[in-house]
Design a protein around this ligand. Structure first.
Ligand code: B12
Length: 311
């Protein structure tokens, strides 16, 4: 068997059993690779230098995996609701995607289950964020949504509060994507809401200005005069403003908001030792910011008067 459609019913079954809410497939062309190159050339990746590596593989994934012919794309929803919590709780200051388990591990596990559908002779490669490949570009190409004005892959029924996982396969793609229209229309709510004007007219963003980048990826002192709004880790402002997020899908169980984050005042992080940090953020994406980064972010919330007690 050499075509994806022959495995599709089994893939759909396994995906469904693992909490995947949308499934799609496409060929390997990334029709927008030039947009990525321009983004890098303008320095909009800030200090995320890893993104500038393997440009050839990004333009043509088959240059790295000569057997690769198609990509399967999965969407898995995270918590669209912030849990009820006392003022000053950690959960009030963390982006929704990080309220539960680390998505890298969860989506890897799901993609591994999907690989189990194929027998000997079918080659596959899993990507969750990890490779020179735009998850959103393939999500759009698979017909799972459109690239919104805020840069997010938006699905008409789900909104944008979901993760994307991709699986390269050696099978020919014969699953036809249904065409998806751009439904942002003339809406500019995300642009108007972003307090740092990080979103650019070509639907990419300047990471140097993005609160998500500053609070998660940036090392060292925060750029002066960059307002963090309410955020100690990540930022959802451009998604909160989006009208397509008003009726989101139920959360995958692994991404349910952790109770400990409601019970922990965000200012506790100022006094945390490394072992306390590692315990609270075990299997959590928040580990990426490191203890020093989280302390820096909470200090900034104090300095701007967003958090006033607990220092
Ligand atoms: C680096 C990175 C970041 C950086 C830079 C973000 C950015 N917008 O470029 C920072 C740290 C700021 C960041 C923040 C966030 N991230 Co992030 N991030 C990534 C990562 C690792 C690479 C993105 C990248 O290459 N950016 C460069 C730009 C140029 O590429 P791109 O965003 O993929 O855009 C391509 C498509 O838009 C494509 N395209 C395809 N078709 C079309 C059609 C049209 C008309 C247009 C204009 C473009 C277009 O062109 C671009 C180039 O190929 C991806 C995982 C991955 N490997 O893809 C996750 C990813 C994009 N992030 C994700 C998430 C959840 C977030 C946050 C919501 C987290 C948070 N709450 O703080 C924010 C959202 C900020 C935002 N509005 O984008 C999800 C997005 C899911 C979704 N529904 O879209 C991803 C896919 C991770 C995942 N596996 O689920 N992120």
């Amino acid at each position: 068997m050499t075509r994806l459609s022959q495995y599709w019913p089994a893939i759909e079954r396994v995906a469904d059993a693992n909490g995947v809410v949308r499934l799609g497939a496409s060929d390997l062309a990334d029709a927008h690779a030039e947009l990525f190159d321009a983004w890098l050339d303008r320095g909009h990746h800030a200090t995320m230098h890893y993104l500038a590596k393997n440009r050839d593989a990004r333009r043509d994934p088959a240059s790295r995996f000569p057997w690769a012919k198609s990509v399967i794309v999965i969407l898995v929803p995270y918590s669209a609701e912030r849990p009820e919590a006392p003022e000053g709780s950690l959960s009030n200051h963390v982006a929704r995607y990080a309220l539960g388990d680390d998505y890298h591990e969860v989506l890897e596990r799901i993609l591994r289950e999907l690989e189990g559908v194929f027998g000997e002779g079918v080659k596959t490669w899993r990507y969750v964020d990890t490779g020179p490949l735009s998850d959103r570009a393939y999500g759009a190409r698979s017909g799972l949504g459109w690239i919104g004005r805020n840069g997010m892959l938006i699905n008409q029924e789900l909104g944008s509060y979901f993760f994307i996982g991709t699986l390269l396969t050696s099978l020919e793609n014969d699953i036809a994507p249904h065409a998806v229209a751009d439904r942002c229309g003339t809406c500019t709510r995300c642009l108007d809401a972003c307090p740092t004007n990080a979103i650019l007219p070509d639907r990419t963003l300047d990471s140097n200005l993005c609160i998500s980048y500053a609070t998660i990826e940036h090392r060292g002192p925060l750029p002066p005069d960059l307002p963090l709004a309410n955020n100690a880790f990540g930022c959802d402002i451009c998604q909160e403003a989006c009208p397509w997020n008003h009726d989101p899908a139920p959360t995958h169980p692994s991404f349910a908001a952790r109770d400990e984050y409601r019970a922990t005042p965000v200012t506790d992080l100022l006094r945390f030792q490394q072992d306390e940090f590692s315990t609270l953020f075990r299997k959590s994406a928040i580990k990426r910011a490191k203890l020093a980064g989280m302390r820096r972010n909470v200090e900034a919330l104090f300095d701007s008067g967003v958090v006033t007690e607990g220092k």
